[in-house]
Design a protein around this ligand. Sequence first.
Ligand SMILES: NC(=O)c1ccc[n+]([C@@H]2O[C@H](COP(=O)([O-])OP(=O)(O)OC[C@H]3O[C@@H](n4cnc5c(N)ncnc54)[C@H](O)[C@@H]3O)[C@@H](O)[C@H]2O)c1
Length: 545
Amino acid sequence: MSDYSVSPTGQKYAIPTEDEYAAELERIESLVAVARCEGKEIVVVMGVGFVGAVMATIVADTVDKQSGRPSKFVIGCQRPSSRSYWKIPMLNQGISPVKAEDPEVEPMIRRCVLEKKTLVATYNSDCLKFADCVVVDVQCDYLKKDLGNMRTGKVEMGALEATIKTIAEKVPPDCLTLIETTVAPGTTEFVAWPIMKKAFAKRGIDSQPLLAHSFERVMPGRHYVSSIRDFWRVCSGCNADARQRVEKFLHEVLNTEEFPLTVMDRPIESETTKIVENSFRATTLAFLDEWSLFAERNGVDLIKVVNAIKVRPTHSNMIFPGPGIGGYCLPKDGGLGYWAYKHILGFEDDIFKITTTAIDVNDTRSLHVATLTRDALRNMGRQIAGAVVLLCGASYRQDVGDTRYSGSEVVVRKLTEMGAEMRVHDPYLEHWYELEKQDDYPAPGHSLSRFFRNQDGLVNIRVRDNLPASLAGAEALILAVPHTPYLALEPQKIVDWAGKPLAVIDCFGILDDDRIRRYFELGCEVKALGRGHIQRIKEEVRKGK
Ligand SMILES: NC(=O)c1ccc[n+]([C@@H]2O[C@H](COP(=O)([O-])OP(=O)(O)OC[C@H]3O[C@@H](n4cnc5c(N)ncnc54)[C@H](O)[C@@H]3O)[C@@H](O)[C@H]2O)c1
């Protein structure tokens, strides 16, 4: 293992050695002593990743409703692994370890660390012994073995189990532990609680551990902080004391006056709420995949169909699925439920038909983009093998720089497998780590590269920010994500920058009919997900209408 941890921006931090731990604990202890004198509650947040870093900051920003003074001192605790240690020194400098589009994130972290001094980060988990409350924000993944068959996958909860064990070995008996991680239903009561009870018994503690669950509904983007603080929460506790404590804590740190708490009887109910909520979303998106193909083959523009339906208030949240469904949650959460039914709750029958199919459909939808690109080039007398293809938009949704499980990644991988020379443009990204660091990002063995051949060269892909230069010599352009800067692109400019007519593939209803027509007039070929009316426009242009 390397002795350094390198941040995504290339900063190198030496990983602390064993003899540094004692001094680190003393540093934390003296900060805790001051905080206690000021009457602050001590909160440890385990895992300062995407969610934990911002949740820790929101708690650190909390003020007492009567006095207006800061009421919590927060310790962000993170394993000192080579992959993650860098987050600690970064946070301690007041710099966000996560890149967020929300302008509130950076100043809030800086304010809490450097001015209010209510937030500190450490690698020494012995800090848990100071905790009044521990918030768990470590990951719990679902690792798929096959692309398009989630049933062969499994839950990876090793990090969560290890964290729970560490907590139970170190916290004071009356400390509240709050699991925010999205978990397989049953995990809090039937996996975590027994681990904690065992550790408490070993320590000779005769009270029950206070364990609660309340999942995150955070949304990456410009309202990141608000999506944690100013949003409805669901919570539950393993027993009445834990339930009462978690309610109190969430009322103190979140805006529950405007966004009331829902309190469930048991953790399996709040855990299931999260999984059903995200499976519902994944299913309604997957459902449109078959209608997207129907539309393509029968002269129908599914974008117009969706817009026509959305005017009904009862159907107003219908959304066009784009090139697959990405993000950290929707591709995996149904898998947590599917797996729990058998492996935690002990059932052998197969009740899951829709949730599993939805995830499989969503995971493979973007492969169709590669087919469309191949067909568009073929219609122009060109081949995909060796063709220069520019993909615009690597993120999984518009106007964010978040590439986790984006459909665009599958598009790039599939076209690379077919021999295309891929280029990538995205105004919101500097690096696409899923490609650049595919050997160990998001974790060793987790890269989607495992499902495709011929992927080695993708480590050399660099995200470009100059669109005209990126287009020079391109034979195909894939508009994958409706980032604002892509919406107004003029066909004439695109063709000028490319230097010749090219194939244009629209994955997200980005092109209006006038632009589609213009591309055909300029000698281009246009194809799109779910937009069968394009054929009609093409015929009209050919007939000179
Ligand atoms: N990111 C989102 O948009 C989102 C939205 C809703 C819910 N969630 C859920 O929130 C949870 C956390 O997600 P995330 O995006 O923050 O993940 P992440 O991978 O960014 O962060 C997890 C962090 O925990 C650390 N960690 C792992 N094991 C640890 C240990 N033993 N001790 C201390 N730290 C440890 C990791 O190094 C990492 O920094 C997940 O369950 C996820 O499903 C995420």
